[in-house]
Unconditional design. Structure first.
Length: 252
């Protein structure tokens, strides 16, 4: 083969490799855009969860206060039933007292009435306390419910904005994914497989530019012979330090 033919062959090989690397670079830019949009999307989903959590926190406060009030009301009803029972006991004892013939029996019944009246007074005091506590809780519940209604309205508007941003990102991701699918078709499967493996290991960056004798991926110096071979563009070259694929811009 003549020198001109060999030169032409090398030139064609260099051109093909350079084209593949440029396609890989375009693919990587799309992948990084998609990665970034997915990151934004996840942050927005986290924001939605955070907003829901704020509302749930106030709801749980309201529910807790309602439960506490229900317990107070149940206790108050129990006390009122006991109060009714003591009133009945007093009435029965007073009726018996009228029929008693002996002083001893009279004193015993009188003692029962005194004890019952004392218990009645204690029950009435407890009922008043429970009623006051329940009324205080009712005021607190009303305030919490007002806060909840206001928060739900505010959060609802914020969630709507966040949801619109998510839908926008979904459209952008779909557009980038379609562009990626078109780009992938022009990359040989063996090169694509290597690219994807490197992307997974190297935080999404599989292909980097070599500049001034350095790898821009890890900033390490490249052996001069290896760096010079990049300008010939005959074979795929990996950085000996970070293993990323290397390319050079001859016009840069």
């Amino acid at each position: 083969m003549s020198e001109n033919a060999q030169a032409n062959t090398r030139g064609e090989g260099e051109s093909r490799l350079r084209t593949k690397l440029m396609m890989l670079e375009e693919l990587q830019e799309l992948d990084l855009k998609i990665d970034g949009r997915h990151g934004e999307r996840q942050a927005l989903l986290d924001r939605l969860a955070e907003l829901d959590q704020k509302v749930e926190l106030v709801r749980s406060v309201v529910a807790e206060k309602r439960s506490e009030q229900a317990i107070l009301e149940e206790e108050r009803r129990g006390l009122e039933e006991s109060l009714v029972a003591e009133d009945e006991n007093i009435a029965r004892s007073e009726a018996r007292q009228k029929e008693i013939k002996t002083q001893k029996e009279y004193q015993a019944v009188n003692k029962e009435i005194t004890a019952a009246r004392k218990l009645k007074g204690e029950l009435e005091e407890q009922i008043l306390q429970k009623t006051a506590q329940s009324e205080e809780l009712a005021v607190a519940i009303a305030a919490s419910e007002e806060e909840l209604a206001s928060l739900e309205q505010t959060v609802g508007a914020q969630k709507e904005e966040v949801q619109q941003d998510i839908e926008r990102l979904d459209r952008e991701i779909a557009t980038d994914a379609a562009a990626k699918e078109a780009t992938v078709k022009g990359v040989p499967s063996s090169l694509l497989k290597r690219y994807e493996a490197l992307r997974e290991r190297r935080q999404g960056i599989a292909l980097v530019e070599a500049r001034d004798g350095n790898c821009s991926g890890c900033n390490m110096n490249l052996p001069p012979q290896l760096y010079n071979s990049l300008f010939r563009g005959e074979d795929l070259v990996l950085c000996p330090h970070c293993q990323r694929m290397l390319m050079v811009r001859k016009d840069g």
